[in-house]
Write a protein that binds this ligand. Sequence first.
Ligand SMILES: C[S@@+](CC[C@H](N)C(=O)[O-])C[C@H]1O[C@@H](n2cnc3c(N)ncnc32)[C@H](O)[C@@H]1O
Length: 373
Amino acid sequence: MKPLVLAYCREGFENEAGEELAARAVEILGLRRKPVPVMRANAAFAYLPLANVEELLGLRKKLDFDSLVFARQIAFGFGPLELGDVRDRAAPIAAAALDTIFAAAGIQYNKLAVTFPDNNDGKELTRFAKLVHPAMSKSLGKSGFVAKAGARGLPTFNVFFYDKAKSAMLTWIDPGNSSPWLDGVARLKFPPSAPSRSTLKLEEAFHVFMDKDQRDQLLRPGLTVVDLGASPGGWTWQFVHREMFVTAVDNGNMDDALMASGMVDHKATDAFRYVPKSPVDWMVCDVVEQPSRVAKLAAQWIKDGNCRNLVVNLKLPMKQRREEVLKCLDILREAAASARGASSKRPWQFAARQLYHDRREVTVFASSLIHSI
Ligand SMILES: C[S@@+](CC[C@H](N)C(=O)[O-])C[C@H]1O[C@@H](n2cnc3c(N)ncnc32)[C@H](O)[C@@H]1O
């Protein structure tokens, strides 16, 4: 087994996730040669083998999960452990864990997780995971490797199975530097009164990009929102549900119940021409357009000081998807540097992520207020 960092991603985005890990490793570790990530088509994960344990621990310290766009989750550790068709997987895993992770990192773990990729291979492993978890818990518990129940702040020991559980990675997930969903799959319930499934995209964005205090502050009743490309109203629903006032810009119709709430002003006009009369708390945009055109639109809102926070969804092209996202983030950062109005006094912060509910898309979050909460 080799030291490695593992990224979970959407099926079909392995290259983006792998390239991203390699680029960050070069920056953080100051490597002269770019390490080569392992990226298999439709595996729903990629990983970056590292030269030694020092590199692994260095990356663990400095690789900020929030700086990654295509990784839904990251885990550090060792692999692959080839298990083949062995019947009792718990024993070799416990032995290998003691040999590698525990010795290398000298840390304990407060719980055990069994995860697998978000694709068909992973679906077949759901039942298997339920069976193997108690057996592994027992083997690892005996080794004194897992800390006593109740210990806080410790990593989760995460066994990632793939290839029909013939292979595994033995990793840890750090609680302060990871997705709250262990396998990166955001489990959110669809609210029955929301008019479209898109609503979950925005709800997930609120969870991924903000903590609870930030959500309480930035999504409080009475704040104002412009929703560009709002029809039928899944995103608008998220705000109305929080008693916020929404201007919904779209030639398409808005959901009747949302309009009846009295919280929505529908403008049947072009999102690229609409300018608010006074600055709003949020601008959100889900218009289906070229990503750079959407980024330029958002950049204009920032430059003109017309919003304090924003969420925009970028529909990705077929090729050069990572490059396109980086280009769009540059457009936004440049705009923030020359912003006018109230928002110019505060530094803007940016984050982008391919959310679980995003398909061939990436969601960008930007805020001029979040650093002060
Ligand atoms: C993906 S849908 C939005 C779904 C919406 N966010 C929801 O949660 O229900 C994209 C919307 O953008 C609108 N749209 C496309 N181009 C537009 C433009 N130039 N101005 C305003 N709306 C536009 C479409 O009419 C469509 O309703």
